[in-house]
Every structure is written in structure tokens, then in C-alpha cells.
Design a binder for this molecule. Structure first.
Ligand code: UTP
Length: 408
């Protein structure tokens, strides 16, 4: 794209301020900016002016979960079915590690955070240890795909290599990068992170399968005969990955997606609740929960929307391929966005100063015909690290790790 075309594109979307420092840039930087303008989707940015319209939900009704007593009663059968699938190479794991972890506030990728006290124990290490429990039991590794972003890919790859993948076989680990989206101020004007570069942010975890495909890895998924992909977040240090009981239960119930859920700690806890929306599986976000939904009861007289998702899903690959080109809803999220000020100096804001634009993996659930919500014991499998202290923090996760016998 040449200068005139780029200027025209920016003018169309009211973003011509990106050229403010153009004359000061080197030829290489100029080209970099023009290339960035070419690939940037400015159209989505206008949605900051229509935020209310984006939130629409259909008719919500309860979706029955498989609860712990039922799981325990069938655990041996489910586990055998899951282990058979793992041994046959049909199960892979997908680590979503493209996020910025702004709430934790570390400059490094979140997985590099050390949760140890008397020794080093990194978040990535905890996750690999959890996966090794399963692969040791199965007697074979599973393919582990790791999604990074342009912002943290190099650091993630070199850290894991330096640590020899914490004992996981390196030839079974495959990295791919997700896409980025421009980040804006509250008026929808893009920020500049450098004089020749628009501020960007990873575009959410919802594009993971499309990005894996774009990276050429879907061919490998076919070649290796992978049928199920267990997607999980980087920040839950206790979660079981490629959990054979969960895999077996989802397969046995003939569902196209399984979702690990926990009983909510409070009716207004900040987790998305699994439900049906217009008769299809869905997740109602905590900020969408009305009093009516919080107080609703199911036929057993229990709270109807009492199970929260923990970002650990098992997807059936043919279904992922069916939906890969379908659009997902856009989420506009308030964030701290680094930028350069009027004088061209870099600023790292302490408070949110604008929006980033994301697609979310939870919206993929609504595109599936059948979902098995699978209850896990909260204290054993849910220790998310979002903040340094307080709720869902390094502190709370450390306490839970110790409770589960992990030496820190
Ligand atoms: P979060 O919703 O906690 O977002 O991600 P975040 O960006 O990591 O953290 P904050 O909000 O800035 O503090 C949940 C999971 O989804 C991944 C994260 O790495 C984490 O595993 N994720 C999030 C991506 O892979 N890509 C994204 O664009 C966003």
C-alpha cells in the first residue's frame, strides 16, 4: 500500500492522526507504518460508538451439568475411554498464552511468572507438570500447541526452550501466533505506540483455531489424526489438562464440546455461567447476569445458573472446522494501553485509558450443538492468577497449590 492509499484508508475511518510523525520517520519506518495500515481493520473500531448494541443475548435457560457424584460413579469407565483416545493420538492440548496479562502487571509473558517461594516454580512449569501427570499415565505424549502473540512470542519460545520445556518432549510442542487488533482511546481513535507504529493488542483468545489454521498447523492436526483439542488458559495453575475422565465423559455423552465448570462461590461471582441461549449451549457473562437469572431455580430447586466456566474446553475438531470461518461477536474491553503522548514520549498508563477489541473462545461454545458441562472440584482445579494480590491472584493461587501438596 502506498502513502496515498494509506492516507485515504485512514481518512475514511477518521484515523489520519497516525501520520502525525510521518515526515520524521526513516524510509524503513515509513514502510512499516504503511504495511501496518494495510493490514489493520479500522472498521471494527467504530463499534465503540455502538457498545450497547453489541451486548444482545437471546433467551436464556438452564443447561444440566454433569456433577461430581455422577462423575465419580462413572470415573473408571470415562477414564478408560479418555485414555484410549489419548493413546490413539486423538487428543491434543492447546495453551492460550497470547494475552497481555495486564492485571498481573509483569513485563514478561504470564507463564514466566515465578510462583515459587523457596524455589523457582514458573506458571508454565506448573502447567507442564499437570500435563505430564496424564501423559505419564497414558504412556505417550500428546501434541501441545501454544498460542502466543507478536508481543510475547519470542520471549515465550526462548524461555520454554531454555528450560527444555520443563521435561516435556520438545518435538510435541508447536507454537503459533494469534492476530493483533488496533487499540483506541475512548473516542475510537487509535493510539500510537511509537511514532511509526499504531498501538496493537492481541485480538482475544477466540481466534485460536483460525490462527492455528493460518499457521499451517491444521494440516498437521489431520496428519496426526487429532480429533479432540483441549483448550486451556495460561493462568490456572491447578487445572488438569487432557484429563482422561473429562475426555471420556465428553466422548461418551456424544457432545461436540466439553466445558469444565465449578460451582459458583457466590451468586454474583465474576465467572461466566454455562446455560442454553435460544436452545443452544452458551455462556452468560457475570456482567450480563440479572437478579432474575441469579435467583432462578432449576427443577431440583437449586440455583439454575450455578456453574461457572474456567476456560478449559474440549472441542471436537470437525466441528471447529465447520465454524472456523464464521464470525464471532466482538467484545470491547477497557484496558491500559501504552502510547506516545503529544510530545512523542512513551507513556505506560496506571489506569485504563481506552479499548481493545477481542473475540472470545467462550463464544465458540454457542456455535456448538451439544455441550457437556463437567463439574470439577474447585479447590483442586481452579487457581487462576489474574492479579498480584487479592481475589484470583498469585497469593490465592499459592495457597491453593500448597493445599494440593505442591512445594513452593
Ligand atoms: P485473560 O482474559 O485473563 O486476558 O485471558 P489477559 O490479556 O491474559 O490478561 P489481562 O486481562 O490483560 O490481565 C484468559 C486466557 O486467554 C489468553 C490468555 O493468555 C489467558 O490464557 N488470551 C487472552 C490469549 O491467548 N489471547 C488474547 O488475545 C487474550
Amino acid at each position: 500500500m502506498n502513502y496515498e492509499q494509506a492516507l485515504e484508508k485512514c481518512k475514511k475511518y477518521g484515523q489520519e492522526h497516525v501520520f502525525k510523525y510521518y515526515d520524521e520517520l526513516s524510509e524503513e519506518e515509513k514502510k512499516g507504518l504503511l504495511d501496518q495500515i494495510e493490514i489493520t481493520d479500522f472498521e471494527i473500531l467504530d463499534s465503540v460508538h455502538h457498545r450497547d448494541e453489541l451486548a444482545g443475548k437471546g433467551v436464556i435457560s438452564p443447561l444440566t451439568c454433569m456433577e461430581i457424584p455422577e462423575i465419580e460413579a462413572n470415573a473408571a469407565e470415562f477414564e478408560k475411554c479418555g485414555l484410549d483416545a489419548i493413546k490413539a493420538g486423538k487428543v491434543a492440548a492447546v495453551l492460550l498464552a497470547g494475552g497481555m496479562g495486564t492485571r498481573l502487571g509483569s513485563d514478561n509473558p504470564k507463564g514466566m511468572y515465578n510462583v515459587g517461594k523457596t524455589r523457582k516454580l514458573y506458571i508454565f512449569e506448573c502447567l507442564i507438570n499437570n500435563l505430564l501427570d496424564v501423559t505419564n499415565k497414558a504412556g505417550c505424549p500428546v501434541h501441545l500447541f501454544v498460542m502466543t502473540s507478536e508481543k510475547n512470542n519470542d520471549a515465550t519460545v526462548s524461555f520454554l526452550k531454555e528450560h527444555s520445556f520443563f521435561g516435556y518432549p520438545g518435538e510435541f510442542v508447536h507454537f503459533f501466533k494469534q492476530d493483533m487488533a488496533a487499540a483506541t482511546d475512548y473516542e475510537g481513535k487509535v493510539y500510537m505506540e511509537e511514532k511509526g507504529r499504531i498501538s496493537t493488542s492481541p485480538n482475544g483468545n477466540g481466534g485460536w483455531f483460525a490462527s492455528l489454521d493460518k499457521a499451517g498447523l491444521l494440516d498437521k492436526v489431520h496428519e496426526w489424526g487429532i480429533e479432540w483439542m483441549n483448550v486451556f488458559a495460561v493462568d490456572n495453575v491447578l487445572q488438569r489438562i487432557a484429563d482422561p475422565v473429562f475426555v471420556g465423559a465428553t466422548i461418551s455423552k456424544k457432545c461436540t464440546v466439553g466445558a469444565k465448570v465449578v460451582k459458583k462461590a457466590a451468586r454474583d461471582e465474576k465467572v461466566g455461567a454455562i446455560c442454553l441461549e435460544d436452545g443452544k449451549p452458551s455462556i452468560v457473562e457475570y456482567y450480563e447476569m440479572t437478579d432474575e437469572l441469579m435467583d432462578a431455580k432449576n427443577e431440583k430447586g437449586e440455583p439454575a445458573y450455578n456453574f461457572g466456566v474456567i476456560l478449559n474446553y474440549l472441542f471436537y475438531v470437525p466441528e471447529l472446522e465447520r465454524i472456523v470461518r464464521e464470525e464471532l461477536p466482538l467484545h470491547i474491553v477497557e484496558k491500559k494501553i501504552p502510547y506516545i503522548d503529544e510530545a512523542g514520549n512513551p507513556v505506560k498508563p496506571e489506569e485504563p485509558n481506552g479499548f481493545k477489541f477481542e473475540n472470545l473462545v467462550l463464544d465458540m461454545i454457542h456455535k456448538m450443538d451439544s455441550c457437556l458441562p463437567f463439574e470439577v472440584v474447585r479447590e483442586k482445579e481452579f487457581a487462576p492468577i489474574k492479579n498480584k494480590t487479592g481475589v484470583d491472584s498469585v497469593e490465592s493461587a499459592r495457597a491453593l497449590l500448597e493445599k494440593n501438596g505442591v512445594t513452593l
